[in-house]
Ligand binder design. Structure first.
Ligand code: SAH
Length: 263
């Protein structure tokens, strides 16, 4: 079936795994979709829960970029709404631009609906904050080098010298490289670390806390070897610190646009 005007292709962030963590906009688009191409096992539940009857639903795990492009173009000629459903947020390690370029070149309209990244979901699961006043105000989202090489100046050892929050994707099987890099950057053996496996997945999430010295052994003991976020941050464990610098925004002695200082 073809239609007079090609439809629009939406790159939708499915969120980290819990189907309730997709955005309302993303869910509404799934409910209107004529075709959905989803990225592997991490997001199949959202696709199957929210897709309307009769929608063509396809897993992309065995497809090349060329296969996906051809499939999306074909579906855009038959449906007004086509969804490419991706884990977390589509703009992080999602091949977004590689997929969008041939669509744009073919004159097909496309747009992105952001999603809750697994970095956010992992911190949420552990009840941790990425930033704390006077501890760190910066977050680095990165990975270590696997088959995808790291550009110059981005090796973890040099990023880690900033002592900010590091959310390390795609690296759980390379935890030894993470440890080597943190040590090279001078992080102490007792630096707190967090690994979250399947963050937000109902019944499957695992939260492992440890230190630079023992996090690898803890992962091995828990059998965590895939689908995990590694976090190294000077903020970890702050819930139990004896002293904490307060946020200025909520400080009674601090005046701002919406509140006058009370003391
Ligand atoms: N776009 C995704 C990231 C895709 S790369 C996002 O924004 O989250 C895939 C990597 O993301 C995995 O290797 C893992 O490090 C991380 N990841 C994805 N889902 C996860 C989850 N539910 N829990 C922990 N890590 C996850």
């Amino acid at each position: 079936m073809t239609q007079p005007h090609p439809g629009k292709i939406w790159f939708v962030g499915a969120g980290p795994g819990d189907p309730e963590l997709i955005t309302v906009k993303g869910r509404n688009l799934l409910a209107q979709a004529g075709a959905i191409l989803y990225a592997g096992s991490l997001v199949d539940r959202a696709a199957t829960l929210y897709a309307p009857p009769g929608c063509v639903v396809r897993d992309s795990k065995d497809m090349t970029l060329e296969d996906m492009t051809a499939w999306l173009l074909e579906q855009a000629h038959a449906n007004a709404v086509v969804v490419r459903l991706q884990t977390g947020d589509p703009a992080l390690y999602g091949a977004l631009i590689e997929l969008a370029r041939p669509l744009a070149a073919a004159g097909i309209e496309w747009a992105v609906v952001p999603g809750v990244s697994s970095a956010m979901a992992s911190m949420a699961a552990a009840g941790e904050s990425m930033t704390l006043p006077e501890v760190t105000q910066t977050v680095i989202l990165t990975r270590v080098e696997g088959r995808t090489p790291m550009p110059d100046g981005e090796d973890l050892a040099s990023l880690a010298t900033h002592r900010t929050t590091l959310c390390i994707f795609l690296s759980i099987t390379l935890l030894h490289k993470v440890e080597t890099a943190l040590r090279a950057a001078g992080w102490p053996e007792d630096a707190p670390m967090l690994v979250v496996h399947k963050a937000s997945w109902p019944g499957e999430e695992k939260i492992l806390r440890g230190t630079l010295a023992d996090i690898k052994a803890r992962c091995r003991a828990a059998g965590v070897a895939s689908q995990a976020m590694i976090v190294a941050s000077p903020t970890l464990g702050a819930l139990h610190w004896e002293t904490l610098v307060r946020s200025k925004l909520y400080d009674p002695t601090f005046t701002h646009r919406f509140r006058k200082a009370s003391a």
